[in-house]
Design a binder for this molecule. Structure first.
Ligand SMILES: *Cc1c(COP(=O)(O)O)cnc(C)c1O
Length: 396
């Protein structure tokens, strides 16, 4: 294979890297990136097999370790995040689990924001303690609250910003300082913004974690995940992955790779649609509160505009009348898809208290501020006017 001339030119802008970074061409000189559906690779001779297995000669061995299509996707995402390296995983949760398994050991401690993805809360709160890794969940978004939760054994500070589903914004640069003062790493789940709107490594974070299932694919087709950061860290994640096996499938990598090419235009358009919808929701009498970082009414609007290039495409809002009223809005949707997925070009609506956050205890949910009247919309590319009329029916 030959690397395309200037294939990883650091001088290229984001939009160019999104389309070109990491591409290699085979002897067929294909224009679009090739999909290599092969589980293993053939060696020239016994000596080469031995050298590939021992790692003294770089190259592909077996697709649990590496695959050219997966490598291209990793290089492209690393370029977009401004990361030295990227390791792709089977899902976003596999990325979070692999990071913890690779970089932490029994007796060490995580400080995490409370407002994180439901499965991440479950992983940190109920599974990791069985292996001697405890997590302190921080209820308030302030830097002081994070600092107070640090222990001598804290190895990782974990945040999701903006958070799911309340779009709380966390100060990445300030929390990187808190983590580093305590000898810990800052890991940021950058799912909601994607590198098109936010690049945490440039603000001092050590690791960026992705559910590629969301905006990186962008059209709701495949599951995937990734960990980006310094090579010294991603190498450890790779060692865990090649042994334990939650590797990304080459087919999924190829879909995500092609998704990255349109990431920038999608994020801009979906953010603009989300802002329009959020402003409209704010004016509806049955809506008591709208959560969207792009609104001036958002408590961390200034911080969001400082560290994000847009508000993102997730809008949450509280309707008067609790679960009954919220379900009425959902059940009256004919256009919006009733699904918990997000990051799709098709707009989705979900009731977090009974779906994504349903397995969490009512107390923990209340502590996270996820009320019975809360709805989350992941805004897609449909015309905002059509989305408004679909929602208006149930809002009454
Ligand atoms: C979906 C999601 C995850 C988990 O990703 P999967 O690909 O579903 O495993 C993690 N974090 C956030 C913010 C998510 O939205």
């Amino acid at each position: 294979m030959s690397v395309v001339e200037g294939g990883s030119d650091a001088a290229w802008s984001f939009d160019t890297l999104a389309v070109r970074a990491g591409q290699e061409r085979s002897q067929f000189n294909e224009h679009s990136e090739a999909l290599y559906l092969t589980s293993s690779f053939v060696f020239e001779n016994a000596a080469q097999a031995a050298a590939r297995f021992s790692g003294t000669e770089p190259g592909n061995v077996y697709a649990r370790f590496s695959n050219p299509t997966v490598s291209t996707m990793q290089e492209r995402l690393a370029a977009l995040e401004g990361a030295e390296a990227c390791i792709a995983t089977a899902t976003g949760m596999a990325a979070i689990l692999s990071t913890v398994m690779a970089l932490m050991k029994s007796g060490e401690h995580i400080v995490s924001s409370r407002s994180i993805f439901g499965a991440t809360q479950q992983l940190f709160g109920t599974i990791l303690p069985r292996f001697g890794v405890d997590t302190s969940f921080v209820d308030q978004g302030t830097v002081e609250a994070f600092r107070a939760a640090m222990r001598p054994t804290t190895r990782m500070v974990f945040i999701e910003t903006p958070s799911n589903p309340l779009t709380e914004v966390f100060d990445i640069a300030a929390l990187a300082r808190v983590a580093h003062e305590g000898g810990a790493l800052l890991a940021v789940d950058n799912c909601f913004c994607s590198p098109a709107l936010q690049r945490p490594l440039q603000m001092g974070a050590d690791l960026v974690i992705h559910s590629a299932t969301k905006y990186l694919d962008g059209q709701g087709r495949v599951l995937g995940g990734a960990v980006c950061g310094a090579k010294a860290l991603t190498e450890e994640v790779f060692k865990f992955l090649r042994t334990a096996g939650p590797t990304l499938s080459p087919f999924n990598a190829w879909v995500i790779l092609k998704g990255l090419e349109t990431l920038s235009v999608r994020m801009k358009a979906q953010s603009a649609n989300a802002l329009e919808l959020a402003q409209w929701l704010e004016a509806q009498p049955s809506v008591t509160r709208v959560f969207y970082p792009g609104l001036a009414s958002h408590p961390q609007h200034a911080l969001a505009m400082r560290q994000q290039a847009g508000g993102g495409a997730i809008v949450s809002f509280e309707v008067r009348g609790g679960r009954e009223a919220a379900w009425r809005v959902v059940d009256n949707c004919r256009l919006l898809s009733i699904t918990a997925n997000l990051g799709d070009t098709k707009t989705t609506i979900t009731h977090p208290a009974s779906t994504t956050h349903g397995r969490i205890s009512a107390e923990a949910r209340a502590a996270s501020g996820i009320g019975e009247g809360l709805l989350r919309i992941a805004v897609g590319l449909e015309a905002p006017a059509d989305l408004k009329s679909d929602l208006a029916r149930g809002l009454g």
